[in-house]
Design a protein around this ligand. Structure first.
Ligand SMILES: NC(=O)c1ccc[n+]([C@@H]2O[C@H](COP(=O)([O-])OP(=O)(O)OC[C@H]3O[C@@H](n4cnc5c(N)ncnc54)[C@H](OP(=O)(O)O)[C@@H]3O)[C@@H](O)[C@H]2O)c1
Length: 274
């Protein structure tokens, strides 16, 4: 064999990386609430999916996976596995990206769900910094770190789990249902997240990436702690399975027309004002 031919064979052998034929979906904050129900719903949706349950806690995510396996048993169709990712820790995000690259060679859907409300009594600056660190900076850095993997997908999606609480138009609407709720820092962070989703929609359009900010509705979850969870149940907050069903529709492309519209993609269909 000539040296040149040997060199070509060597280069092609080592430059071709394995790319999964599954639709690879990462849900951040998947050990609890809306993220957990979304991972669960995706797990039964298609054998063509591989669902990565992102969590900052290895213990919590293992418990979540055990729970899914116990509850769903044979109705699980997709591959499911855990991925450690703390959206406030750049090294952790980078390690998660490297792991996805090694295992799957690409990422098809990124559901940026991890989020917080600071409900403990702390000073305003601490509350603002913590809120923005997770709900805005964490989402931005996660997406931009995953960008090269999303570019390898045939039909990539980036979802930002936002909130109608971030809508500036609704804040000033006297008819708005949740007008009495304060939560200024949380509202500001979700408004910034809506702008981030609009910027990424614009920036990523040339490589066909669909980007959306999603309104999951007011749901029972651990977002405001145990007491908050009880209060949500008492006041009739929705089941987090509802936004999970809507997010499965997003992954199947059933909400593509809404994603084209100018606004927050709503769990019940259509869009809400930014
Ligand atoms: N529930 C609602 O009514 C509602 C309404 C509108 C929007 N949302 C949005 O929906 C998303 C999910 O919230 P949820 O209601 O399901 O609350 P949740 O039950 O508290 O779930 C939030 C998830 O985010 C994770 N998380 C927080 N900080 C993180 C970080 N730095 N890195 C990685 N993961 C992190 C949490 O992990 P730990 O368990 O380790 O804390 C948890 O898994 C949030 O973005 C929230 O703003 C919720």
């Amino acid at each position: 064999m000539s040296t040149l031919l040997a060199k070509i064979i060597h280069q092609s052998t080592y430059s071709v990386k394995m790319v999964s034929n599954k639709t690879v979906i990462l849900v951040t904050g998947a050990n609890s609430g809306i993220g957990f129900e979304t991972a669960k719903a995706l797990a039964t949706a298609s054998p063509d999916f591989h669902v990565l349950l992102g969590s900052r806690s290895v213990e919590k995510v293992q418990k979540a996976i055990d729970d899914i396996k116990t509850t769903l048993g044979d109705s699980i169709k997709a591959g499911i596995s855990a991925l450690q990712i703390d959206v406030c820790d750049h090294d952790s995000i980078k390690a998660a990206k490297d792991q996805i690259e090694t295992q799957f060679g690409k990422l098809d859907v990124l559901i940026n769900n991890a989020g917080i409300i600071v409900y403990e009594k702390v000073d305003a600056l601490t509350s603002l910094r913590r809120t923005f660190e997770t709900n805005v900076f964490g989402q931005l850095i996660t997406t931009e770190t995953m960008e090269p993997l999303l570019q390898k997908s045939a039909k990539p999606y980036v979802v930002y789990v936002s909130s109608e609480q971030g809508s500036i138009s609704e804040r000033l609407n006297p008819e708005y249902k949740y007008r009495e709720i304060r939560g200024d820092h949380y509202r500001m962070s979700k408004a910034a997240l809506n702008m981030l989703s609009a910027c990424h929609r614009y920036n990523y359009a040339d490589w066909g990436c669909r980007v959306l900010a999603f309104n999951p509705g007011w749901c029972v979850s651990n977002l405001t702690g145990e007491k908050g969870r009880e209060m949500r149940i008492k006041l009739g907050a929705r089941d987090p399975k509802d936004p999970a069903i809507a997010l499965v529709d997003v992954v199947f492309g059933k909400r593509d027309a809404d994603i084209e519209k100018n606004g927050l993609v709503d769990l019940d269909g259509g869009v809400r004002p930014w």
